[in-house]
Each structure stands twice: as structure tokens, then as C-alpha cells.
Ligand binder design. Sequence first.
Ligand code: C5P
Length: 230
Amino acid sequence: MAKFHVIIPAAGSGSRMASVLPKQYLPLLGRPIISWTLDTFLLCERIAKVHLVLSAEDADWQAQNIQHPKLSILNCGGETRAATVLNALNILNVDVEDWVLVHDAARPGLTHALLDFLLDEIQDDQVGGLLAIPVADTLKRANNEQRVACTEPREGLWQAQTPQMFRYGILKEALTKSGGAPTDEAQAIEALGLRPKLVTGQLRNLKITFPQDLALAEAILAVDQQGVRK
Ligand code: C5P
């Protein structure tokens, strides 16, 4: 039976966080963001292995003191997110039919229930897919002066999240062929002419990008801590 592997690219600089420490190491309720993110996968019995991909220059991981039998650390980050994921795929020793889930290091709000939902929805799919949420707000296109140039129709638009889940063979082929550094895995798969499935995610699976996102993520995780995280 096909196994589920996870790749967490964590070799970015997180420049929009305006922090010297890479964003995945910033504290969230007293623990680094990355430890929240890792826990969801490490504690899921359906996941075979979790590969955390760091930049070769990463100087902060050792101090986190995080170990787990299912966790492997790869120091092969690339220039772009796509390059980081491809570098990892090139050294993984897995079956072409195995599933690979790629998840952002700074998305600590993924729940066990949402992960299970994604695995259930995609595991029998021919192409693979991703968590995403239908766009709820009205969309404005800006001009060069940050004024509204026009209103864009939002019908049929979804905001991509992660995990993004594809079979190892297809994902490696897609990223190898993708010249222009796609910003997510699905974009590379689309370029092969395939149509990834959109699986409805949740807002709580936000990517911490700007400093103010930390307080929002803390509020979400604090509510979880009052009950059992599902
Ligand atoms: O910058 P952004 O938040 O879009 O990055 C998404 C994910 O990709 C992050 O987990 C980041 O660390 C990772 N990344 C990477 N290698 C890069 C750039 C981004 O692993 N060169």
C-alpha cells in the first residue's frame, strides 16, 4: 500500500516577518512555531516519515532540541521553495506511487481532523490535491499608487493552503520540468496538464507571514489548549 511521507520546506528567510530569527523558530505559546507544525504529522499514525528541509546555513535548529523516530532532517534547502522541495525529493528513497505531502513550516494551525480529511479525500485520487478555501472577500486589483484599478470576480477562486499532496513520481517530474519557480506544488502539477483536487480547508490553517499573524495563531492555539486538539 502507498505510504504517506511529509516534506516541510523550512529554508526560507521569512523576510516579511522582519525578524532576525527565521520565522519557524519564533515562539508561539512558549514553543517554536515549527514544533507545533511538526507535532500534527509526527502524532498522526498514518504518516510514515516527516522530512524537515533546512538551509545549509541554518544555525538555529540544533538549539530547538526536537527529536522523533519519524523525523529526518535534510540540510538541502534551495534558492526557492520549489528548489527546496525538489532537492528533498531527489534524495528521498521512496516508491514512485507513495504520497508526498508538502506543508509550510509556518502553518501551525493544521488540525489532526483536517489532515485526516485531506488524506481521506485524496488517497484514491488519480492526480492529488491540496487544502484550499473559497475566496470570501471581494477582490480588488491595485494600480501602481495602491488605488483600486478594478474589482475582480471572485467566482471560482480559491486560496491555496498546504498540505499539498501528490504521488512522489508525478511531483518529482513536475518540479523537475518547472522552469519558472512555481510558488506551490500544485502550480507545477497544473503545468503538466493535470487538475489537482481542491479540498476545503479552514482559515485556522493560516500561514504566519506578517508579525501580526503571530497573535492570531496564538489565539487559535490557546483555544485548542483549553480542550483537546482534534
Ligand atoms: O516565504 P513563504 O512563506 O511563501 O515560504 C513558504 C515555505 O517555503 C516556508 O516554510 C519557507 O521556509 C519555505 N521556503 C524554503 N526555501 C526557500 C523559500 C521558502 O524552504 N528558498
